[in-house]
Design a binder for this molecule. Structure first.
Ligand code: SR1
Ligand code: MG
Length: 402
């Protein structure tokens, strides 16, 4: 095969493709290939040299979502992903996998295999603690979000970026799945756990004050071209090991509100927090985990805020922005958005069609309880977002009862 037109790869052709396009492996190496993708959209091949155990990843975008074949999707998301990983590697060195090659025709990237890392979601499900995580993710968030905003970019270049990273199809998925559908069931795609149907109807579908705030946050998601955001920064898009954190899978990236990424991180930590909270009686490991998780949320918010102010004070292009009052005001706005978007993420993963396994693996009575707790917490984060000033504020609104 020449791979001069788009061809969906498989575990055999992926090896042939890699050898045709790169010299990553020496000629004659004995290679194995497995498909390891577990996300909703793409196919991910790991190719490994049987002798040296060096390995590499090929990630290929298909024209349809992997998990939901009725979603037709642009394969341009592969370009967006490759460009953003390269860009983020400059803005926040070492926090994303390295891209070796992007192939426009095959709609795929050949990239670094981070197989010594683990997916954060799976680690949190097992109540594992990562002491460096909060500091590292806070740094990644501040470095990528503030440095791609109007505060730190040349005015014309920023507008050029807004155009270049338009991502209408992937944005539309979030606009429906995160914002509209969970409150209206407009697309008929919601997937409510049957025992919670009545609860969802009362607390979400018929909750007019909540729907109003959801509408405001939805419009802000569409209208506020503030920073180049990852756009889907859940705990399945983060790799961890003891001293290192890497963020991957930025195919939903576009210019949107900075607080969307911060909120997604916090919301996803709160899935794990909720699962630990309602199973607290089942093991002492839950107590340590809950204490770490609460401190991690406080640290993420506070370290993020502090670094945002630092970057604005030292890197803002316009001297008018280089004041502490302005930097604090600006950062505080991101914290309010973060709270709102954390709440939106929590509610949509319960009500909408894309669930998280932190919650779906729970036995039925615990899942019922966990989902209700997530809706209550999500609602508070949304409704009280304007009063968020620091990390502690995010913890103080968490429910205290089991
Ligand atoms: C059809 S895609 C469903 C979800 O998976 C992605 O990772 C996004 O979170 C999206 O909402
Ligand atoms: Mg993804």
């Amino acid at each position: 095969m020449n791979f001069t037109t788009y061809t969906a790869l498989n575990t055999v052709s992926a090896i042939e493709y890699l050898n045709k396009k790169t010299t990553f492996f020496d000629a004659g190496s004995i290679l194995t290939c497995e498909e390891i993708g577990d996300g909703n959209l793409n196919f991910v091949y790991r190719i490994m040299d049987k002798t040296t155990r060096r390995s590499v990843i090929i990630k290929q975008a298909g024209a349809y979502a992997r998990a939901t074949p009725d979603y037709k999707l642009t394969t341009d998301r592969s370009r967006i992903e490759a460009e953003i990983l390269n860009y983020q590697n400059r803005l926040a060195k070492g926090f994303v996998p390295e891209v070796y090659l992007y192939d426009e025709v095959m709609c795929c990237c050949i990239m670094e295999d981070l197989r010594d890392y683990k997916i954060l979601r799976n680690e949190l499900i097992d109540f594992h603690i990562y002491h460096q995580f909060a500091r590292q993710i806070a740094q990644f968030l501040a470095d990528t979000l503030i440095r791609t905003s109007d505060l730190c970019m040349d005015s014309a270049e920023k507008k050029e970026h807004v155009k270049r990273f338009m991502n209408p199809e992937l944005c539309k998925i979030s606009e429906d799945l995160v914002f509209t559908d969970p409150y209206t069931n407009a697309g008929g795609t919601n997937d409510v756990f049957p025992p919670n149907l009545q609860y969802v109807q009362e607390k979400v579908y018929h909750n007019m004050p909540l729907r109003l705030e959801a509408a405001k946050l939805s419009l802000r998601f569409k209208n506020c071209a503030e920073s180049l955001i990852h756009g889907d920064l859940h705990s399945g898009s983060i790799f961890v090991k003891e001293n290192s954190t890497k963020v991957f899978d930025p195919e939903f990236a576009f210019y949107g509100p900075a607080g969307y990424d911060v909120g997604n991180v916090i919301g996803n930590l709160l899935f794990a927090w909720t699962a630990a909270k309602i199973t607290q009686a089942e093991g002492a490991d839950r107590n340590d985990f809950l204490a770490w998780m609460e401190q991690a949320i406080v640290d993420i918010v506070d370290i993020f805020a502090c670094r945002c102010v630092e970057i604005i004070m030292s890197e803002a292009v316009d001297p008018l922005y280089r004041s502490e009052e302005f930097a604090n005001w600006y950062t505080n706005g991101i914290l309010c958005d973060s709270s709102g978007y954390a709440g939106m993420e929590m509610i949509r993963r319960v009500v909408g069609e894309a669930h998280v396994k932190d919650i779906t693996i729970l036995p039925d009575p615990l899942r019922i309880q966990a989902e209700q707790l997530l809706i209550q917490t999500g609602e508070r984060l949304i409704m009280q977002r304007e009063s968020m000033r620091c990390g502690k504020d995010f913890i103080q609104i968490l429910p205290t009862e089991e």
